[in-house]
Design a protein around this ligand. Sequence first.
Ligand code: PLP
Length: 450
Amino acid sequence: SSRDSSPRSAAARDDRAHVFHSWSAQATLEPVVVVGARGSRFWDENGKTWLDFSSQLVNVNVGHQHPKLIDAIKEQADKLCTVAPYHANEATSEAARLIAEVAPGDLNKVFFTNGGAEAIENAIRMARHHTGRHKVLAAYRSYHGATAGAIALTGDPRRWGSEPSMPGVVRFWGPYLYRSAFHATTLEEERDRALSHLAEVLTMEGPHNVAAIVLETVVGGSGILVPPDGYLQGVRELCDRHGIVMIADEVMTGFGRCGEWFAVNRWNVTPDLITFAKGVNCGYVPLGGVIISERIAESFAHRPYPGGLTYSGHPLACATAVACINLYKDERIIQHARHLGDEVLGPALEELKQRHPSVGEVRGLGVFWAIELVRHPGTREPLVPYNASGPANAPMAALAGACKERGLWPLIFSNRVHVVPPLTISDQDAREGLAIIDEALAVADRYVSS
Ligand code: PLP
């Protein structure tokens, strides 16, 4: 039959026939069929191996197929696979305790979800019921997930296809000195002007109408934007002044990615709610959630919280989180992440910038870095236009191709390469990956105008 004459595997054929993929025009897809993975590498059915500089979608913080996580899943599967969220069970209880122990301040209660977007939905619901207000402030250049509320809060082009969306979202600009919305030239100026702008937006909206300000502690998918020192404290003060719930979205930054348990720790800021997912158990089983301050939890002490999920606190996912959190501690993974940022990735990326005219800026911390590419270092014109696709995106597509050919799987957003391997990557493998990016950047340099 024609099926048998196809050179493709059953997995590839069935995929094209029946799997509907995220964010994609379906007709032109040809996904790699992944058959195995270990540590910082994964491979396909033809035996080609890639060094994973994407950690998939920035979630496999401890690398692929960690034996301790696999054992935890197997043990829990034998004990108890699933149970309704109105019961208690060992795995969920322990995961919640461990998360509360590493969370800042009095964030002591955990509402579990299946991923990041549901965490955001529930954080917003909590903030609205806690304050009795409806507006939510969210940043341009942000990603919060693809469910109705989370995509409405998202401040990048992924939102456009879902508009008009949830009412009550008000947009503000966060700090991003390289492309300052405030014509700032120093970090201090950028911080101060971003905070004045936020205060002004609140005045115009009526702060008594605002339930929450939601922001990524370090903006992830929309650019790896590290806030200037003092910015998050400033946001905290504005929230305190007006009784607004501060929601730190740490879905990407939490659990070691930034060299801290949570990125807010770096600035000693305690939000009222933290959303998490990804690194909590590295996605071996889907899991996310909201970590809740005592004050907000108290709001629901004597009235029911109006939200829930069949799989909230799923035992398999939570047992994996327990193993994963213990692993971060036992193998000093977060310390290693900080070392990688300070001593390997940061200095090497700075060197790349010196050598390649297409590199406009490198920025990040821990194992969370971006290389931002430009047509001209002076004008800072992006290498490809905002939200480019098709021929307009050719330079970035060529760069991605050059990386993949050389055995590196990159994470590319817009005009940036995000450098986000597992936190457990060895110095040597990290340097190998950077050497591949160095070579591949020759492709981008060709588009630079003099
Ligand atoms: N929030 C942030 C900061 C994210 O980076 C993401 C996903 O990348 C999400 C929320 C959505 O998470 P999920 O895809 O698990 O729904």
